[in-house]
Design a binder for this molecule. Structure first.
Ligand SMILES: [Zn+2]
Length: 345
């Protein structure tokens, strides 16, 4: 049985649109994503045990995040029911100190215009982060070798002080940090979302105890554009504990598997006590936000190879936007993980 965490309040947050390269589009980060995954998990009660998370503590949030970011998200809770705030002013270089109590300053706590705020953003983001930490607790306590957080909204683009890329709180980083706080000497994060995990990279940039590895579309011409290049290897005491593997548009299952082997070897070398998988499934061939060509079967094999590391693993949902197949894709990945783990022994 794989313990899976989800809270219904995560479904109350409904971003309605975004401007993407000049076009107004329906927002891709819909509730249908979580509903599709939930339906797949609940349909297989033999293998998945869906439960509610325990609410994340303020202390756990502050172990990763700047209190001013949290305050800005809480400020959005005061918006009127019908109001949505799209940060559109991203001023820098002024003498004004941004005020996290003022919604018009949200652009100072955010890096893009596609990540809206409304009164349901904070509760949904907090429960999403709670899922990640509850899954980490289940694995740390030895209850399961694999646990899954149905985290939505996603988290791997959120940094210590900025939201963006549909992400508000750094769910995978919060899971990793909670494992560290619980006493693990070393933890690794493997980000298999098709977009670079810039948030996790930033959070643990100078931390030698957390290895961050990300496989993703080459950011030269792909979101998040400014990070994800191979030269970014961590800094200060954390120099050498960040690995970016940018891959070309159209990367298929075979090419991906090859790149994954290198990433897994690096993780095995690091010898972490726990692995957090930032489990985006937007590498899928039909994903509207992705540019890779993995099939559902490929995602199962990716899971198996990761599971074969034999590390206690927390899988945290990140992206994945082709909602008709998102349930089966997540299921394939999770069953692959469990299978790889059991084969190992
Ligand atoms: Zn993504």
């Amino acid at each position: 049985m794989i313990p899976c965490f989800f809270h219904p309040r995560q479904l109350k947050f409904k971003p309605n649109y975004e401007w993407a390269f000049g076009e107004k589009i329906d927002h891709p980060e819909t509730t249908a994503r979580a509903e599709g995954i939930l339906a797949a998990l609940e349909a297989d009660a033999q293998r998945f045990d869906v439960r509610r998370p325990t609410q994340i503590s303020e202390e756990a949030l502050l172990a990763v995040h700047d209190p001013r970011l949290l305050q800005m998200l809480r400020t959005a809770e005061g918006l009127r029911k019908t109001d949505t705030f799209y940060p559109a002013v991203f001023m820098r270089g002024t003498d004004i100190t941004p005020d996290p109590g003022q919604i018009s300053h949200a652009g100072s706590f955010c890096f893009d215009s596609g990540t809206p705020l409304n009164r349901e953003t904070w509760p949904a983001a907090r429960w999403s982060a709670s899922c990640a930490v509850s899954a980490a607790v289940a694995v740390a306590g030895g209850e399961a070798k694999v646990a899954y957080a149905l985290s939505r909204p996603p988290g791997h683009h959120a940094t210590t002080g900025l939201f963006g890329g549909y992400c508000y709180l750094a769910n995978s980083s919060l899971a990793a940090q909670s494992l560290r706080t619980g006493g693990a000497e070393r933890v690794a994060i493997l980000d298999i979302d098709v977009h670079h995990g810039n948030g996790s990279q930033e959070v643990f940039w100078a931390d030698p105890a957390v290895l961050t590895v990300s496989l993703h579309g080459d950011p030269t011409n792909f979101f998040p554009f400014f990070t994800g290049f191979a030269e970014e290897i961590g800094g200060g005491a954390g120099r050498g504990t960040n690995l970016n593997v940018p891959l070309p548009e159209g990367t298929d299952g075979q090419a991906y598997a090859q790149a994954l082997e290198g990433a897994l070897a690096r993780i095995a070398d690091f010898d972490p006590a726990f692995l957090v998988v930032a489990a985006g499934v937007d590498t899928y061939e039909r994903d509207p936000m992705g540019n890779f060509a993995l099939t559902t079967a490929d995602l199962g094999r990716v899971g198996e190879r990761i599971g074969a590391l034999g590390l206690p693993t927390v899988a945290v949902q990140e992206g994945g936007y082709y909602t008709p197949h998102i349930g089966r894709n997540v299921e394939a990945l999770l069953l692959g993980l469990a299978e790889g783990m059991s084969r190992r022994g």
